[in-house]
Design a protein around this ligand. Structure first.
Ligand SMILES: Cc1cc2nc3c(=O)[nH]c(=O)nc-3n(C[C@H](O)[C@H](O)[C@H](O)COP(=O)(O)OP(=O)(O)OC[C@H]3O[C@@H](n4cnc5c(N)ncnc54)[C@H](O)[C@@H]3O)c2cc1C
Length: 321
């Protein structure tokens, strides 16, 4: 079974979730590196091809052009279409990141091939898998009905990434770039944080409306600093102007899946939990013992966050120093 993996990169760095997709591809291809190919698109990204060698890719299709420097859905879809034509895979795999969601929906339409999105499990015979639905309330079994080419995106942070040796022979893709008058990226505005993006963070400390001000987020920043965590927020905190929009976790924010999620003064609305309930360990700090967040928490602390969080920070510091 041949699998083609779209490997996302940003600013010349491979996104760690690409390793997860490659690991899954390697498993599905029966651990035959020769049956796994990766697609790298960008500008000045040729050096990343070697890196993919350690992740079980037998071949790397390289689409290099200055117009591919930033994500452009038209160009990237053309690159993927070209790679599919050349590699003739049974499955095209990507990550359900904002870029992956956009790209794979377009690719599915372009190739007239079915797409299963946001999978948390994929069957060895590639007949289907499992995905969370209704904001994570149920896990649905989904399967393809067709016999031909299939597409799938995987939920980030769910599948383990395991290195394995491949050959990673590089082959240049000639991509016919669409007319730039149709769609052109004029500017990319980056978030200010130096910490890993929430979607990639292994540890997250999140705050809700009860923080009361942007300044009070300093309590969470200190805790996050000690833990090497990224700070997140509920929508109420974002709407109140206490936190930036790129910090929002939930249905209309980011879907996260860290090893540790500490929810401070967050009630646990269904919309918030849609973005974090698959976190591996959830710690909730809330004054209300009936708060819904406790229903998904591994550890619950009924306390005022302004007292509990500084104490936790002190304890973490003592343990980790
Ligand atoms: C279409 C739609 C999409 C939405 N998308 C999202 C989304 O993506 N993400 C999201 O988060 N929300 C989203 N929401 C909003 C969501 O419904 C909730 O309103 C929001 O999550 C509540 O945020 P909160 O928990 O911070 O605030 P609240 O619900 O007001 O909860 C505050 C909590 O803090 C506790 N508390 C108060 N003081 C303290 C203290 N000193 N110490 C400890 N605990 C304290 C309270 O007991 C309470 O449980 C969406 C809503 C809609 C309708």
């Amino acid at each position: 079974m041949k699998v083609l993996v779209f490997c996302e990169q940003r600013d010349g760095k491979l996104k760690s979730h690409s390793h997860e997709a490659l690991t899954v591809a390697h498993r599905l291809a029966g651990k035959q590196a020769g049956d796994v190919a990766a697609v790298l698109a960008g500008s000045g990204v040729a050096s990343l091809a070697g890196e993919l060698k350690g992740w079980g890719a037998g071949k790397v299709y390289l689409a290099e052009a200055s117009q591919l420097g930033h994500y452009n859905p038209l160009h990237y879809t053309s690159a993927m279409e070209q790679a599919v034509k050349q590699w003739q895979p049974q499955l095209v795999l990507g990550i359900a990141s904002p870029m992956g969601r956009d790209l794979f929906a377009r690719l599915s339409a372009r190739l007239k091939a079915p797409l299963l999105t946001d999978l948390v499990e994929i069957k060895d015979d590639m007949s289907g898998g499992t995905k969370p639905m209704y904001a994570g309330k149920v896990l649905a079994s989904v399967r393809y009905k067709n016999k031909g080419l299939r597409l799938a995106t995987l939920r980030p942070n769910v599948f383990a990434a395991t290195a394995s040796q491949g050959d990673a022979q590089t082959e240049a893709l000639s991509v016919s770039l669409a007319d730039e008058r149709l769609l052109k990226t004029l500017e990319v505005r980056k978030g200010k944080s130096e910490k890993p993006d929430l979607t990639e963070a292994a540890r997250i400390v999140s705050g809700g409306r009860s923080l009361g001000s942007a300044d009070n987020f300093a309590i969470l920043n200190e805790c996050a600093e000690v833990l090497g965590a990224t700070v997140g927020a509920s929508r109420a905190a974002v709407d109140s102007g206490y936190a930036r929009h790129d910090m929002q976790v939930g249905q209309t924010g980011k879907t996260v899946n860290p090893n540790l999620y500490i929810a401070c003064g967050i009630s646990g609305s269904i919309q918030h939990m849609a973005g974090m309930r698959t976190s591996k360990v959830i710690v909730a700090v809330n004054t209300d013992p009936e708060a819904p967040i406790f229903s998904v928490a591994t550890y619950g602390i009924v306390a005022d966050l302004f007292e509990a969080v500084p104490l936790m920070t002190k304890k973490f510091k003592a343990l980790l120093d």
